[in-house]
Ligand binder design. Structure first.
Ligand code: SF4
Length: 78
């Protein structure tokens, strides 16, 4: 993953760790991709574990828009 994009979906997921309020909506939507760590903050487990559509849906479910999904051709969300 030298170019920063995941090998399967060819995306990059960025979570604003400090902003995350730990609501868990992203985990509820895509629990193979997102998890909450010991501080109740979202972390990315595997950006290739679900479809891009589901990952974008998970990002859109974040109540504070702390998740960014970037594709090779530009932003996928927001
Ligand atoms: S949905 Fe947003 S605020 Fe909630 S855990 Fe995920 S990143 Fe954090």
């Amino acid at each position: 993953m030298t170019d920063g994009f995941s090998p399967g979906n060819r995306i990059r997921i960025e979570v604003e760790y400090d902003t995350c309020i730990g609501s868990g909506d992203c985990v509820d939507t895509a629990d193979k991709v997102f998890a909450l760590d010991e501080n109740d903050k979202a972390i990315v487990l595997d950006p290739d574990a679900e479809s891009v559509d589901l990952i974008v849906e998970a990002a859109s479910n974040c109540p504070i828009a702390a998740i960014f999904v970037i594709g090779e051709d530009g932003d996928l969300y927001p």
